[in-house]
Design a binder for this molecule. Sequence first.
Ligand code: CMP
Length: 139
Amino acid sequence: MTERTLSIIKPDATRRNLTGKINSMLEGAGLRIVAQRRLSLTGVQAEKFYEVHRDRPFFGELCEFMTSGPVVVQVLEGNGAIALNRRVMGATNPADAEPGTIRRELAISLTENSVHGSDGPETAAIEISFFFAEVDIPG
Ligand code: CMP
């Protein structure tokens, strides 16, 4: 089934000039980048985007990191795109991620883990609409 998911290339990766390398890994896995934009998140946007984690001990550090530099937000499309993207990203903690995954090969730490990907269809719809109107997704 063709699906869409939201991906974010995080500040640790844009800082190290890894946008193209990550896009190449996503495309190499069969995901299509059907919309993409580089921007700086405000504190308010970061707190809203990660609202479900508001009560977790890492929330402050997470929001501080996500506003520390530009991010690239993108809509990925493909067959089973949500699960496929999560496979390509690897485990949240790069130390636990499989070899060949983005986080294992490129990420620095649990916080500076280079990429975000939606974790299910409902989250994907909410997260995509956080950054993109339907007209901004040319396909
Ligand atoms: P992400 O997929 O963007 O979703 C929430 C982020 O919180 C996660 O990636 C991690 O970068 C970050 N994070 C920091 N500490 C933790 C933790 N202990 N458990 C889970 N996520 C964490």
